[in-house]
Design a protein around this ligand. Structure first.
Ligand SMILES: NC(=O)C1=CN([C@@H]2O[C@H](COP(=O)(O)OP(=O)(O)OC[C@H]3O[C@@H](n4cnc5c(N)ncnc54)[C@H](OP(=O)(O)O)[C@@H]3O)[C@@H](O)[C@H]2O)C=CC1
Ligand SMILES: O=C(O)CCC(=O)C(=O)O
Length: 546
């Protein structure tokens, strides 16, 4: 065995042995995927972090030549020769491969029966090239150091894809929330908050946190309250340490539905594109499109709202314990009400229980995984009959699954684009927290006066012109849509338009990138290429070290 092969071999062995410990991995050569990841498109039994690392490296190989070329034209620096340019790209890519920090916490909480239990939690900062870092807080048994690495790196690339100026973060506690009372969950959340704050992992300018699986605005309110009353006591911006807060605590209109809304905006760009739809043997537009939803939580529920509103038909929904189906379409409002009352979708009278093997493999036009990671592996992908997949969940498709989907010409809109609505509106909420002001509050009355004056003015001018001959009055009656907007944009309008614009722009950027790099329908790689380019430029301009 020559030295190089031996090194690769031992690296691979030690990597496999220690699983998640990516710090021991050294960076691949330019133009190559690291040897440890080479077989991941065949092997489904790999970690969540490996999946994201593979997606990153696959795109890095595509874009690095362009980055090396671009450095030739860099301003405000001495010219770099080819070796220096290659070295620079390699160094920054190597930095992107790692997680800046992962904090592991073990703290005791008192259970309701007065016993104590040690709770394990994490907080990751993947990249701090933009501050604060932001990401979701997950309460689930699946939370590990590995999933935190993966989720926080997804956040780095997601924020860059949609142009949100945050670094990538993420937090989690390894618990099954059904096993704890509300009081216990509150104690766990408050203690976790204190631990994060003590260790510099929480704060409006540093590290901000939003809801993810099995957390919602309730936990965000507890975190904000704990931080605001302790470490953030003298910080006037303290409430900006969380996003996805209840509206009454400084949250923003439209955050709750943002993931569904954003996913719809992104899908809308593709579904209305004649060329894309033709390539999938589908008609452009929403009419008669059928879809299946995996997960009816914070993401799934609003995806269903926006898609059914546009005329698409939901023919199946599934959760942990099973699914429901109806060829006639499931009524959104009735299902939402039913779940609100019963806490489950099972038994919903407006549909039949699903009796097959895997609902997400049933025929439909669009499949929306909005549950958890790795549910579309190689075997599942082989059975999928949908023509479009829009990833509401983070990391629902393994690289092996992805390869099969690509070979079947299924259009996949990747997580770092499709579910970026949440972080986009979280950014708007963070700005609101720092401004201490709702959007529109200072200007709405002025806008109404201005618009009323404008109408009066038009009326006066028309009457002056025509009235001279005919002595007529020409009343200008505002139409209903104009009347609705007479106050100028209210907070929900700012969020609605800001989000739609962000998602549409990012979707078109991806289409252009896929064309530029000849990636065909591999929009996951196109999204990572876009993101890597942006993060690279930020780090390159600012410099890699102090
Ligand atoms: N919340 C947010 O702001 C964002 C979340 N995401 C991602 O979206 C996904 C869903 O998050 P969110 O909606 O917030 O989570 P929720 O906790 O609100 O809902 C999770 C849903 O997923 C279902 N589910 C969980 N595991 C499985 C499984 N193995 N098979 C089928 N269904 C399952 C649950 O079903 P049941 O009710 O039966 O348990 C539930 O309906 C996650 O991947 C998350 O990271 C992405 C962007 C933003
Ligand atoms: O708003 C947030 O920060 C949470 C977003 C999130 O969890 C995600 O995009 O995965």
């Amino acid at each position: 065995m020559n030295a190089r092969i031996f090194l690769t071999f031992t690296r691979k062995q030690s990597y496999r042995r220690y699983g998640y410990n990516l710090q021991i991995r050294s960076f691949a050569e330019l133009g190559k995927i690291p040897p440890e990841l080479e077989d991941i498109q065949e092997d489904d039994n790999r970690s969540f972090t490996d999946m994201i690392q593979f997606n990153f490296h696959k795109a890095r190989v595509v874009v690095e030549q362009k980055l090396i070329e671009n450095l030739k034209h860099q301003k405000n620096t001495r010219p770099l020769n080819m070796i220096e340019r290659r070295r620079k790209v390699r160094n920054i890519m190597s930095y992107l491969e790692h997680c800046d920090s992962i904090l592991e916490l073990n703290f005791p909480i008192r259970r309701d029966d007065d016993t104590y239990e040690i709770i394990k939690g994490y907080k990751a900062m993947h990249k701090c090239h933009k501050m604060p870092v932001a990401g979701g807080l997950r309460f689930d048994k699946s939370v590990t150091r590995d999933s935190m690495f993966a989720l926080s790196s997804l956040m780095t690339f997601k924020c860059a894809t949609v142009g949100i100026p945050f670094g990538g973060g993420g937090g989690g506690i390894s618990i099954d929330t059904t096993k704890y009372s509300v009081d216990e969950l509150e104690r766990i959340t408050r203690r976790y908050t204190m631990e994060l704050a003590k260790k510099g992992h929480l704060g409006p300018e540093l590290d901000i946190i939003g809801p993810d699986m099995y957390t919602n605005d309730r936990e965000m309110a507890w975190i904000m309250d704990t931080y605001g009353k302790t470490f953030g006591y003298k910080d006037i911006n303290a409430r900006g340490c969380v996003i996805g807060k209840p509206p009454n605590q400084g949250g923003i209109q439209g955050r709750e539905s943002a993931m569904g809304h954003g996913l719809f905006n992104c899908l809308d760009e593709f579904v209305n594109n004649e060329d894309f739809m033709k390539s999938l043997d589908l008609n452009a537009g929403w009419k008669d499109k059928t879809f299946i939803l995996q997960g009816f939580g914070k993401v799934g529920i609003h995806v269903m709202k926006y898609l059914t509103r546009k005329g698409a038909k939901c023919i199946g929904v599934c959760g942990h314990a099973g699914g429901i189906t109806s060829p006639f379409g499931i009524n959104y409002n009735e299902l939402k009400r039913y779940k609100g009352k019963k806490g489950t979708i099972l038994g919903f009278p407006g549909a039949q229980p699903y009796k097959g093997k895997n609902l997400i493999c049933e025929p439909c036009d669009i499949l929306i995984p909005a549950a958890t990671e790795k549910l579309i592996n190689k075997d599942v992908a082989q059975e999928i009959k949908a023509k479009i997949i829009a990833e509401g969940a983070n990391g629902p498709t393994t690289p092996a699954g992805d390869k099969v989907l690509l070979s079947k010409n299924i259009l996949v809109l990747p997580d770092i684009l499709a579910n970026a609505g949440g972080i986009t509106v979280s950014y708007f909420e963070w700005l609101k927290s720092l401004n201490h002001l709702s959007f529109g509050r200072l200007t709405n009355k002025y806008e109404k006066d201005r618009n009323s004056l404008l109408l009066q003015n038009v009326q006066l001018e028309l009457e002056r012109h025509f009235g001279k001959q005919n002595k007529v009055t020409i009343p200008i009656v505002p139409s209903t849509p104009f009347q609705k907007r007479i106050y100028g944009p209210r907070e929900e309008d700012v969020v609605h338009y800001g989000l739609s614009w962000t998602m549409e722009k990012a979707s078109r950027e991806l289409m252009n990138t896929a064309k530029e790099f000849n990636l065909g329908a591999d929009f996951r790689t196109a999204a990572y290429v876009c993101a890597i380019e942006k993060v690279f430029n930020t780090i390159n301009e600012a410099g890699l070290n102090i």
